[in-house]
Design a protein around this ligand. Structure first.
Ligand code: MG
Length: 337
């Protein structure tokens, strides 16, 4: 197992309610066995007290376990990893994705086929527009011309001018992500009622994750679907959110990889929730892994690799918003020239 931290340079300074940044560090795993290399990646999430360095250290601590493990018994390995480390879900995702890439290559099957899915069922992906000045927002929206649906980051004092800037350039359907930025149920209600007049399909995480009861109060008063993101990390989070949200945004980096994401999709569906696959800012390794499960979900927001300037791999492609899965074995990655 090779473990390394890769610095991904952003095309545009990326601003959300949480932070503003020029680059992101993600942790990459290469799992080598029998002449086959499986690749995985996880994007550490600061909100959950993860960093690229803490992820790297967690993976280093697993080195003897991984070396001795039978990759075909990946469920057993996942359970053992769970016993040995706390948190560090990006690290777990990096390792687990690398194992699945290895297994797919060993079997000669693309991962969507391993999971029994039709790649043509993958939904379109939205393209995300970070928070910026009205002028730069308009420029980004113009650059996003090939994407039929945009996801607009809001949650600061500038929401009205942000949406006005977007609407001055396009009449495409929008999805809006507040990233916990609205602080009271009354504020969230007012903002969502206004968004209902702006051609917005749904809103993601309007209130802080802990405000489940307040979110349920808002949900009873609006028509627009409300999707949980920061409130939902793991399969066990979903049942208590079912009354407050209409859907869940599942990310491999939050839950620890493909298997937990698959479980979350099934649990959410069983509870009548909409399902969405999202991603952090990451390379084509992590985004392609998520894309292999995309035929299972209602919505995709898998654009993290499109926001960076130095992607070390290519994998999933996007044509007019449609996710095009590689037909090669495993993740189907190709190293950048
Ligand atoms: Mg979100």
């Amino acid at each position: 197992m090779d473990v390394r931290i890769v610095r991904l340079q952003l095309r545009h300074t990326w601003t959300t309610t949480m932070a503003s940044s020029e680059f992101r560090d993600t942790v990459h795993v290469a799992y080598r066995r029998d002449g086959i290399t499986g690749r995985g990646e996880g994007a550490p999430i600061v909100r959950y007290k993860e960093s690229a360095e803490s992820a790297r250290q967690a993976l280093e601590s697993l080195r003897p376990l991984v070396a001795a493990a039978d990759p075909w018994r990946f469920t057993k390995l996942e359970a053992e990893v769970h016993r040995r480390i706390r948190g560090e879900y990006a690290a777990r995702a990096a390792l687990e994705i690398a194992l699945f890439d290895w297994i797919g290559q060993k079997l000669g099957l693309p991962l969507y086929q391993y999971f029994g899915l039709d790649p043509d069922d993958a939904p379109i992906t939205s393209f995300s527009i970070g928070i910026d000045t009205p002028e730069l927002t308009r420029q980004k929206v113009r650059e996003a011309e090939p994407f039929p649906v945009l996801k607009i980051k809001v949650g600061l004092a500038t929401d009205e001018q942000t949406i006005a800037a977007v609407r001055s350039v396009t009449d495409k359907p929008l999805r809006v992500d507040a990233n916990e930025g609205w602080k009271t149920k009354e504020e969230a209600l007012e903002k969502i009622r206004w968004l209902e007049t702006q051609g917005v399909e749904f809103v993601e995480q309007p209130l802080p994750a802990a405000m489940v009861e307040e979110t349920r109060w808002v949900r009873e008063r609006v028509r627009m679907p409300i999707i949980a993101d920061e409130a939902v990390l793991h399969p066990s989070d979903i049942p208590r959110l079912a009354a407050a949200y209409d859907g869940v945004n599942i990310k491999l980096d939050k839950c620890g990889g493909l298997l937990p994401a698959w479980r979350m999709i099934q649990i959410a569906r069983a509870l009548g929730l909409k399902t969405m696959l999202g991603c952090m800012i990451s390379s084509s390794v992590s985004v392609t892994a998520a894309a292999h499960l995309a035929p299972l979900v209602d919505y995709a927001d898998l654009d993290g690799n499109l926001l960076i300037a130095n992607d070390p791999y290519s994998g999933v492609k996007v044509e007019r918003g449609k996710l095009i899965l590689p037909r090669r074995a495993g993740l189907g990655l190709i190293e950048a020239a």
